[in-house]
Design a protein around this ligand. Structure first.
Ligand SMILES: [Zn+2]
Ligand SMILES: [Zn+2]
Length: 250
């Protein structure tokens, strides 16, 4: 989750992503390199802190279980979802340039890879606390070299602020007309799709997950215009195909 300016928005987008996939009762652990990392959220009225900043209420979704810990304190713990704050490339980001062990850093100062060995172990702790997925919140410019390494090995998916999900206006299910469409994963092939919140009572699905971000309504029947992928490329058509054959939406 990259942000250009607004880290609060990036954290909120990660939270919304988790809600869309796992629901409003999700458990989310925010992790910081230092205990000051959580203070960036104090600028927002949506977050309310208690018990020394370790318990957090997110007012738009009060049923979330939201907590904050430093990576050090998270050792040995596990959480359903993890958001790692502060993947910045600066003194206090990851890796933290201010070593807590001055002797060690003196001994190893000439070899950067060893200098960061402890930070690297700590980063590994951070990204392995989750059962589902770890969100790394990083500024678009100057992000952590650890993140850069993960990106170069293809082990992270980059999302930028613009890919925001419109959670206040989720797409309605066109079949039962009561449910909303939520992001789900087909565990057989790992493909994402949208399914109805009334599942298993309603089996409506859409394969084009972009409907979450932008709803284009079919002018002929009120369905969604979705991207259809074929071996020859993709085209746009109505989600009610074959009942509606609208492909140019005029
Ligand atoms: Zn439905
Ligand atoms: Zn249509």
């Amino acid at each position: 989750m990259f942000y250009s300016e607004n880290i609060v928005e990036a954290v909120e987008n990660a939270i919304k992503d988790i809600i869309l996939e796992f629901g409003e009762n999700s458990e989310i652990l925010l992790l910081g390199r230092t205990r000051y990392d959580i203070t960036v959220l104090e600028n927002s009225d949506n977050f309310e802190f208690s018990e020394n900043n370790t318990k957090i209420k997110y007012s738009p979704f009060p049923n979330l279980t939201l907590s904050f810990l430093t990576v050090h304190r998270s050792k040995g713990l596990e959480a359903d979802n993890v958001i790692l704050l502060n993947m910045q490339n600066n003194l206090l980001g990851f890796p933290n340039r201010i070593s807590s062990d001055p002797i060690l850093s003196l001994v190893l100062a000439n070899k950067e890879e060893y200098l960061y060995a402890e930070e690297r172990r700590l980063f590994y702790v951070a990204i392995t606390r989750t059962k589902n997925r770890t969100y790394l919140v990083a500024p678009e410019m100057h992000y952590s070299q650890f993140l850069e390494e993960l990106i170069s090995t293809g082990s992270v998916q980059k999302t930028v602020d613009e890919n925001k999900v419109d959670i206040e206006n989720p797409p309605k299910c066109l079949k039962c007309e009561k449910g909303n469409l939520l992001l789900k994963t087909n565990h057989k092939n790992n493909q994402k799709f949208l399914g109805c919140t009334n599942y298993p009572h309603c089996d409506f699905t859409i394969n084009d997950v972009n409907v979450l971000k932008k709803q284009v309504i079919c002018k002929k029947c009120g369905g969604y215009i979705v991207e259809k992928k074929t071996s020859k490329g993709s085209f746009y058509a109505c989600s009610n195909y074959p009942f509606c054959k609208n492909t140019d939406n005029k």
